[in-house]
Design a protein. Structure first.
Length: 339
């Protein structure tokens, strides 16, 4: 603990520093490749695994089953509707969920009877619901609308808060990187996209903006009197701010990710709480990527957007001049006097 506190103190004072801003081209390239893969790979595998709320269909829930074997549920469906490809999952303990395409009333009753017999339960322990394609399309529309409204409001609020569009643009860039990569990882996991997952994505975007605001507040503090200073350039002050808030970003990430990780790996993985894994996976990946996006994308991008401003160019030249003069003075003092 003491060593970590020392580590944080050295980052804050500048005694220890990691040059995130100077390596921006590397981070931007890595982010561009990751975003491209997050777009192309889901397309290559046929898109996202949409939940029944988005695609429509029939769903059966079987409680107090004697066995959680998925093949039993699959056979109960295919015996009635040949060629059907049901999705069977153990959602919690002794509860099974079977999802199919749209069924007729007659097929629904036959499958319900088949599931009752196959899983050894009573008729009351098998329930069925139907989600129409119109309702699914409406859910999809509302989810996309919610995402667009969130991004638009975030852009406006960030611009008003920081009073500069360059900070707002940088923050949104980090947020979009978080969104695309999180969505790409989610697609590769083949978890179903459910309303809970959408809530998780929006929560992640909020977290990403929160972490960015913390770092950008420190940047604004460090650069408030920059024109009168010749100690560091603008890019160096941005990098210092990232280092000064690095421990806080790590601590915040760990505090957020530990309970989410418990839900994902223990709750969903070991205990079979399938209803939580869609939400927890989106949160788990998004928190990790959101923290990294602030450090490696948002802050370096902001430094890059402002580095060519005339006032900052002049200030950087004054810094270089002061350092050159200091180096020349040190060299002359180190040269031994000759007789």
């Amino acid at each position: 603990m003491a060593s970590f506190a020392t580590f944080g103190n050295e980052l804050y004072t500048g005694k220890r520093s990691y040059d995130f801003v100077a390596s921006k081209k590397i981070w931007f390239l890595v982010a561009a490749v990751a975003v491209a893969l997050s777009i192309l790979l889901p397309i290559a595998k046929g898109g996202f695994n949409l939940g029944i709320e988005f695609r429509g269909g029939s769903e059966f829930t079987v409680s107090n089953v004697k066995t959680t074997d998925a093949t039993i549920g699959e056979k109960a469906v295919t015996d009635v509707v040949a060629g059907s490809v049901p999705r069977v999952a153990n959602v919690a303990g002794t509860t099974m969920r079977i999802q199919t395409d749209k069924l007729t009333d007659e097929d629904t009753l036959k499958i319900k009877d088949g599931l009752t017999t196959a899983y050894g339960v009573t008729d009351n322990e098998v329930t069925s619901t139907f989600v129409g394609p119109t309702w699914g399309a409406d859910v999809t529309k509302q989810a996309l609308l919610g995402l667009l409204v969130f991004v638009a409001l975030a852009a406006v609020l960030m611009a008003l808060y920081f009073r500069t569009w360059k900070m707002s643009l940088s923050a949104l860039a980090g947020m979009l990187v978080t969104m695309f990569i999180t969505a790409g990882v989610y697609s590769l996991s083949d978890f179903e996209v459910t309303p809970s997952a959408i809530i998780g994505f929006l929560t992640v975007l909020s977290y990403s903006l929160y972490d960015t605001v913390v770092v950008f507040d420190k940047i604004r503090e460090n650069t408030a009197e920059l024109q009168a200073s010749t100690r560091r350039t603008f890019a160096e002050e941005v990098n210092l701010a990232v280092n000064q808030t690095l421990v806080r970003s790590i601590n915040t990430m760990m505090v957020a990710i530990l309970p989410v990780g418990a839900i994902l790996f223990i709750g969903a993985g070991l205990l079979g709480a399938g209803t939580l894994r869609d939400l927890s996976l989106a949160l788990f990946v998004g928190i990790l990527i959101g923290t990294a996006a602030t450090i490696f994308i948002a802050a370096p991008l902001y430094a890059w957007l402002r580095q060519s401003e005339p006032d900052l160019v002049k200030q950087a030249k004054r810094v270089e001049q002061r350092r050159a003069e200091a180096a020349a003075m040190a060299a002359s003092e180190a040269t031994p006097a000759t007789a």
